[in-house]
Design a protein around this ligand. Structure first.
Ligand code: AN7
Length: 402
């Protein structure tokens, strides 16, 4: 019913093969026999969840699941007004079991690992992937080895990876070094690689597109804006919309719009330079540590997604990210980590540049929860005020400056 196929040379591989990239080096996609899939809106009634889309999830066994997906889609009128648009929504992926969209990929990826008989799972991570892998590894009862860039992972994510029993290794190097290392480790030790180069991870993450279409009343938005790091998610969401269109569930595919931090923006540069491939950045840097990535493994897929859909890519500064994080929190009550706020920062910038039409229906994906990175919050918010435990002191503090 499905197989793996190289996006470059179109070589096919059986779904039972343990392989992450083609022998030619190209990225792999999961391709279904779409003519045998009959999925209608009627089949998709009921509560949202990743596993509701089983017809388009390439796994046969009982899933390892913690009820991922079903995240809220909020209409954000105050943000919309502030950026000068009319119809803006936020899909808050921070509301997944471990607080990030990675859970959608991991429930599928770890279930696949068991189906393939793998005994240990592994990943490199800027944080969220490691938290999610540790959790799903724990639930599945398989050891999870995670490689992190030392000193560059938000505390909440590290805490999750540790508490859920991951073998947490902090390497002296950045994420790109960690990914290279873990790929080598998986080849040599037979560990199952669960970074987003693994096409099964993306099959879980594409359900973000399915849910957006459902939540908008079986309609695709005009545009989806999201942060881009390794570029797995933008690719996955694009694939999801394309599959729903192919099955006749929706009529159009949104313009995929990727946002990167200025200090880690190889995809944006490739889009702006009209280049076929990215130039690797050896020293990526941004306050949004989740997307502090200089060599995105899914770059080729992402460039295709952005170009084919008529989307674009843009950079935002760390200051713009912090402002957007505050706006989401204080205008809309949506708490997100810095990487996620880059989607709103990018929306503002693109709207200001006149690159988003005022009437477009736009969905911004906020990928991770505020509590992931509370250290950052404390560094950018005013300090709490300590006072004596008296009503006079409280009054004085409340009305200070007013
Ligand atoms: C909050 O956890 O790469 O473009 O190792 O945690 O699919 O990589 C995290 C990425 C956006 C970028 N927002 O997604 C990791 C990791 C948040 C993230 C991204 C990440 P991709």
């Amino acid at each position: 019913m499905y197989h793996l196929e190289c996006i470059e040379c179109h070589k096919r591989y059986k779904a039972t093969e343990i392989i992450y990239t083609c022998s030619c080096g190209g990225l792999l996609d999961v391709i279904y026999d779409y003519s045998s899939i009959h999925l209608t809106k009627n089949d998709l009634k009921g509560r949202l969840s990743v596993w509701k889309y089983r017809a388009l999830i390439p796994v046969g066994r009982e899933p390892i699941t913690l009820n991922e997906g079903g995240t809220p889609l909020y209409r954000v009128d105050r943000i919309a007004k502030s950026v000068g648009l009319k119809d803006v929504y936020v899909k808050h992926e921070g509301m997944n079991p471990t607080g990030s969209f990675k859970d959608r990929g991991m429930t599928v990826g770890v279930t696949k690992a068991l189906e393939l008989g793998m005994k240990t799972v592994a990943c490199a991570s800027t944080g969220n992937t490691s938290a999610s892998l540790a959790v799903y590894g724990a639930k599945a009862g398989v050891p999870a080895v995670v490689l992190l860039p030392a000193g560059k992972v938000a505390l909440g994510k590290l805490a999750q990876a540790l508490m859920h029993g991951g073998k947490v290794l902090c390497i002296r190097g950045n994420f790109d070094d960690a990914l290279k290392l873990v790929r080598d480790l998986c080849d040599k030790e037979g560990f199952y690689l669960l970074n987003s180069v693994n096409p099964y991870r993306l099959e879980g993450q594409k359900t973000i597109a399915f849910e957006i279409a459902d939540q908008l009343g079986w309609e695709a938005p005009d545009r989806v804006v999201l942060p881009v790091g390794n570029a797995g998610n933008i690719t996955a969401i694009y694939k999801g919309f394309k599959e729903f269109k192919r099955l006749g569930i929706i009529d159009s595919v949104p313009k995929m719009t990727g946002i990167q931090a200025e200090g880690a923006s190889p995809i944006v540069r490739a889009i702006k330079n009209d280049a076929d491939a990215i130039t690797v950045e050896s020293k990526p840097e941004t306050i949004a540590t989740a997307i502090r990535i200089g060599n995105p493994v899914n770059a080729i897929k992402a460039l295709i997604a952005i170009r084919e859909s008529g989307g674009t890519a843009e950079t935002v500064t760390d200051d713009e990210i912090i402002r957007a994080q505050h706006e989401l929190a204080s205008f809309e009550g949506i708490g997100v980590e810095p990487a996620s706020a880059s989607s709103i920062a990018g929306l503002r910038k693109l709207a200001r540049m006149g690159l988003i039409d005022k009437d477009e229906k736009v969905v911004c994906v906020t990928t991770g929860h505020l509590l992931k990175d509370s250290e950052h919050v404390l560094s950018v918010c005013p300090k709490p005020i300590e006072i004596d435990a008296t009503i006079e002191a409280v009054r004085k503090a409340v009305f200070a400056g007013s």
